[in-house]
Each structure stands twice: as structure tokens, then as C-alpha cells.
Design a protein around this ligand. Structure first.
Ligand code: GCU
Length: 598
């Protein structure tokens, strides 16, 4: 135990020193000039971290795997060889690409070559969509940085490390679970390791627009506001912000600073599920044009109501894990996003809970295009070490990276701070600080968390978690008919809320093996799950303060916590659709409910 804590503290120190919590991320990387580094990377599984530590357990300085040493003389002793090693596709988890890596938890080294026409007028930023869980990145044998956290982007300026011509990049990815991590050691999802999202070498002008924010002014749908940030302060530069369809063009003058705010009148068509209107927005600096597709909308609460563009809305949702419906393992592509969100749309939703961590950028951009509202969350999940400052710093960094990447996505209306965390003073302080940080970083969205604490008296069930006073919208996870009571009893459960704020049933559901039929009393039958949905929906109809729901879950997903032979086989079977894409009876129950509740 002591060793684990020591490792955690050392890790935190490394992270702070190496600036891995720098959280500066180039906005909208797909629209930037870049060399795409996706594709086949050579890999070496390294369970003993032999490529990182010598036999005295000291970090290698000169002959680790990151040197990519080549045999030059017949007598040379080099005990690794990337060029002749097998390959893994990037992006993608390693678990579903190689049978030997299915249950693997440890280090995998990735290596690939790339060529570059290096110019004095460019900056080179090595950008990762995500790597689960800890990444140490080397270019041409030199360490360029470290990142902790499995679901958010990170990048390193490698301008002074890359060469004109041939280069190589090596990444040590370690997905071992540790008690002090975010998430901590126990989660109900598969620990997919690797370079799970795209890798790009951004080839940017020496002076460029690094980041921007643009949205409606709070409470004024005829005013657009935001800021533009340059990668370095400029004394005499002009940036124009243009929205041609709104006949808007603003010029910002930079006189020695790196960030300029803007605000201008405009009357955009408001973005929403019935009309997901996106505008082409162009940011121009010198001869550079950076474009994005932006939706403009308002999201607020008023008492127990959630207001979208000033009107109360009921969030007809579903929870989704970032697991592809097209291929085994992590979802990462635009096709994955289209498939998962189309399955959700077919169910009749206007809302998705992207559980339990930030999904890839394609998902939130696709939600913008398809008009799906989004609950986005960081993996502060279950029994995190809330009393540890280094653990909080990690959580806050993942929050900052999530908000930095997705702050311009109209679809995202809720930032969720936590899921089913046990009540304690330390936990309340930890999550309250996260909520304050989220409001500081982005005052335009609502803050929520999924709580699982409710007490039952003869009056009925109520939410008695002090965190409900901290958030704007309360999420409650409640498994009536699965983890407690029989399904039929759920229709009689009465809830009350005196929070005077909106409540979302952020999880309910039960398991069923697709194609397994029996009496409704038969656990794991489709009939059991269908009944559970029927009765929970009746319970929800009696909860006057409910303004949305995201039943658990769209599709069966892999979990090491679900080994039941011939039923689960390492799949959590609470999906409305099986891992093979087969709809279960409960899918039709929820679909009918959503269609009747337009
Ligand atoms: C919990 C948790 C989910 C989990 C689900 C289940 O509420 O939030 O991550 O998968 O219940 O037990 O299936």
C-alpha cells in the first residue's frame, strides 16, 4: 500500500514538473494543417517496463526503448527491435486488436517513423486525441512530455526536436489501474488501453490562432460573444471574426496581448433538436483562415424546469459508453459516432449521456450536427481518493481538458462532475471545488452529477445528498427492480424532491441476454427487462420534478465485473440493444414511451 501511495505522489510530482497538467490544447485540430500519424504503429508489450527502467529500477537515460537503437556492428547487443515488431492500428485500443492483449494491463510501447519538410516559419505540435491511461512521449529519442488521464486530448510543442526529413515518435502507454487515479481501480467498463484516438503533427504558422470561444451572450439571444487567443502575444495584429450568413464581420486589434474578447449584435437561428442550425464561422489572422461550425443556443434552469432557448424541455435520453457498434472495442471514428448516435435517434431521444468520461470529439461534433443535447462527464467515478490533493489536481486537469476541447459545441448543455461517489466531507469539498472550477472555465453550461443516495421513509424516497445543493441539475441513479425490489413494485414507489431544481433520472435499467425468453419473473430474460422498464416508467410518471432521463444503457458493453457464464461473459447486459446490434423487447417499451411523450 505504501509503495502505491509513493508511486502516486512521485507520479503527481513528475506530472507537475513536466507540465503534463499544462492543459493548453489547440482548438479544432481537424481544421488545422497537419500530418496525420494514424495507421500502423509498431508495438512492444513491456509488462516489466524494461524499456523504461534499468535492472536497478532507475529510469533509463540513454538505452531505453525510446532510443529506437539500431544494430550497427555485428556485435551490438540490442534486445528490442521496433522495425520488425508487430503493429497495432492507431487509433484503437490494443485489447481488441491482439488476443494476447485482451486482458493486458501494463505498458505498451508504440513506434512509428514520419518525414517532415521542416520550415523555419512553422511550429510543430504533436497532438493526441487521447491515450489511456498514462503516456510518456518521445520524439527522435528525446522525452517531450507526459500525460495522465485516458479520455482527453493533450499535445507537446516539438518544434525544437523534430528534424527536416526522417523522424520517429515513440509513446509509452500504461493502462495499469491505480488507487489514486481518476477513475480509480474499480470501474464497470473495460480498461481499454492504448492510443485510442487520432495522433496528428500539427504544422502551424509561427504565429497562429491557438484557441477561441464563441457563444450567445448569457440571456441575450441577439448578442454573440467570445474571445480569440493567439499562440503568442502580438504587438500589431488583426484578427477578423466572420459569420457570412449573419452578415457579421468583426476585426480585433492585438496590441501586445495574446487574447482579445469580442461581442456583437446578431440574430442567429437558435440551435436545438428540432433545428440543429450550425453557422460557418471564420477566424482570420494574416493569410490564415480557421473555420468551425457553431450552433447558438441558450440553456438555463428555472425552478424545476430546464429551459432550452427559453422554453421548458424534457430530456428524452439514453446513456452511451464509448464502445463501437461497428467493430470490437473503443469507438473513435466519425462512422462510429454516426452509428451510435443514429441508434440513439432511432430510439426517439433528443439527449444522450456520454458516460462515464469525455468521448472522442467526433461524438460531440456529430451531436451538434444531429441536434442531440449532450451530458458530458469526467470519470470521477465511485470510490476516488477524495482527500488527496494530487488526485484532485488530476480530476481538475481532466475537467479543464474536456472543457477546453468542447467549449464551442452547442450540443453540450451539462458538465457532469461525478458518478455515484460515496458521501463524505472530503468528497463534498472535492466535487464542490470541481463545480466551481467548471463554472469559472465555462459559465454558459449547467453543472450536474449522478448521485445514488436516496433515503426511503413511509412518505417515499427522497434525494438526501448534500451535493444536490451544489449542482444546477441533479442526476439520480436508481435501479429499482434490479438491485432492489421486484420490477412490479417500482410502479408504487413514490419520490419527492424539495430541491426546487431540475432532476434527471440519470440511470435506471436491468440486464437481459438478447434472445433469452422466459417468464417476466425470470432474471436475464428479455421479458424481465421489458417489465422493469414498464414499471420504472410508471414510477417516473409519478415524479413531477423529473425533467429528463438517460436509462442505462443503449448497448451491451464489456466489463470485467460481469463474468456470469453464458449470460454475461464479460458483457454488461443492461443494453437495450445487444453487442451484436439486436434490439431487445425493452427497446420497444422505451421507444413507444418517447414517441408518446413528444
Ligand atoms: C452504476 C454505474 C454504471 C454501471 C451500472 C450497472 O450505476 O453508474 O457505470 O454500469 O450501475 O450496475 O450496470
Amino acid at each position: 500500500m505504501l509503495f502505491t501511495i509513493t508511486r502516486g505522489l512521485i507520479l503527481a510530482a513528475i506530472v507537475f514538473c513536466s507540465g503534463a497538467y499544462a492543459a493548453k490544447i489547440t482548438q479544432n485540430t481537424n481544421a488545422r494543417p497537419h500530418i496525420n500519424l494514424d495507421g500502423a504503429w509498431h508495438y512492444i508489450a513491456d509488462p516489466y517496463e524494461n524499456g523504461f527502467y534499468n535492472h536497478r529500477y532507475q529510469e533509463h537515460t540513454r538505452d531505453g526503448y525510446f532510443k529506437n537503437a539500431q544494430v550497427e556492428q555485428p556485435g551490438d547487443l540490442i534486445e528490442y527491435d521496433f522495425a520488425n515488431a508487430a503493429t497495432l492500428n492507431v487509433p484503437g485500443d490494443w485489447n481488441t486488436q491482439q488476443d494476447e492483449l485482451f486482458l493486458y494491463e501494463g505498458t505498451v510501447w508504440y513506434q512509428r517513423d514520419f518525414t517532415l519538410n521542416k520550415s523555419r516559419d512553422e511550429r510543430y505540435i504533436l497532438h493526441f486525441g487521447a491515450a489511456n491511461y498514462e503516456a510518456v512521449v518521445y520524439v527522435n529519442g528525446q522525452k517531450v512530455g507526459t500525460h495522465i488521464g485516458g479520455f482527453t486530448p493533450f499535445e507537446f510543442d516539438v518544434t525544437d526536436v523534430v528534424s527536416d526529413g526522417d523522424n520517429f515518435v515513440i509513446v509509452k502507454v500504461d493502462n495499469r489501474r491505480e488507487r489514486e487515479q481518476i477513475p480509480t481501480v474499480n470501474t464497470d467498463w473495460w480498461n481499454y488501453g492504448g492510443l485510442t484516438r487520432s495522433v496528428k503533427l500539427l504544422t502551424l504558422p509561427k504565429q497562429h490562432i491557438s484557441d477561441y470561444s464563441i457563444h450567445l451572450a448569457d440571456g441575450d439571444s441577439n448578442s454573440i460573444t467570445g474571445w480569440v487567443e493567439l499562440n503568442q502575444p502580438l504587438n500589431n495584429a488583426r484578427v477578423t471574426v466572420e459569420i457570412p450568413e449573419l452578415k457579421v464581420k468583426q476585426t480585433l486589434k492585438f496590441t501586445g496581448d495574446a487574447r482579445q474578447n469580442f461581442q456583437f449584435k446578431a440574430e442567429p437561428i437558435l440551435w436545438g433538436p428540432s433545428n440543429p442550425k450550425l453557422y460557418d464561422v471564420h477566424f482570420r489572422l494574416q493569410e490564415q483562415t480557421l473555420s468551425d461550425r457553431i450552433g447558438f443556443r441558450q440553456i438555463d434552469t428555472k425552478g424545476e424546469d430546464i429551459l432550452l432557448n427559453g422554453k421548458p424541455i424534457f430530456l428524452k435520453g439514453i446513456s452511451i459508453h464509448e464502445e463501437s457498434a461497428l467493430h470490437p472495442g473503443r469507438a473513435w471514428s466519425q462512422a462510429d459516432a454516426k452509428q451510435l448516435l443514429s441508434m440513439a435517434k432511432e430510439l426517439g431521444v433528443n439527449f444522450v449521456r456520454l458516460a462515464h468520461y469525455p468521448h472522442n470529439e467526433h461524438m460531440v461534433r456529430m451531436a451538434d450536427e444531429m441536434g442531440l443535447l449532450v451530458w458530458s462527464e469526467i470519470p470521477v467515478y465511485w470510490t476516488v481518493l477524495f482527500e488527496r490533493d494530487d488526485v484532485y489536481a488530476n480530476a481538475q486537469n481532466q475537467l479543464s481538458e474536456m472543457i477546453s476541447r468542447d467549449k464551442n459545441r452547442a450540443s453540450i448543455i451539462l458538465w457532469s462532475m461525478a458518478n455515484e461517489t460515496p458521501m463524505s466531507d472530503a468528497r463534498l469539498t472535492f466535487i464542490s471545488k470541481l463545480a466551481a472550477k467548471a463554472r469559472e472555465l465555462d459559465g454558459t453550461r449547467l453543472i450536474t452529477a449522478a448521485l445514488d443516495t436516496s433515503s426511503e421513509t413511509d412518505k417515499g424516497k427522497s434525494i438526501d445528498d448534500p451535493l444536490s445543493a451544489v449542482v444546477d441539475v441533479i442526476g439520480i441513479n436508481n435501479y429499482c427492480g434490479w438491485y432492489y425490489k421486484e420490477p412490479a413494485q417500482c410502479a408504487k414507489v413514490r419520490w419527492f424532491s424539495d430541491n426546487n431544481k431540475p432532476v434527471i433520472m440519470s440511470e435506471f435499467g436491468g440486464g437481459a441476454l438478447a434472445g433469452y425468453h422466459g417468464a417476466a419473473e425470470q432474471r436475464w430474460s428479455e421479458e424481465y427487462q421489458a417489465d422493469l422498464y414498464r414499471y420504472n416508467l410508471q414510477m417516473i410518471d409519478n415524479m413531477s420534478f423529473i425533467r429528463g432521463m438517460t436509462p442505462w444503457i443503449l448497448k451491451d458493453f464489456r466489463s470485467p465485473r460481469r463474468p456470469l457464464a453464458n449470460i454475461q461473459d464479460f458483457w454488461n447486459r443492461k443494453g437495450l440493444v445487444s453487442d451484436k446490434g439486436v434490439k431487445k423487447q425493452a427497446w420497444h417499451i422505451l421507444n413507444q414511451y418517447y414517441e408518446q411523450h413528444q
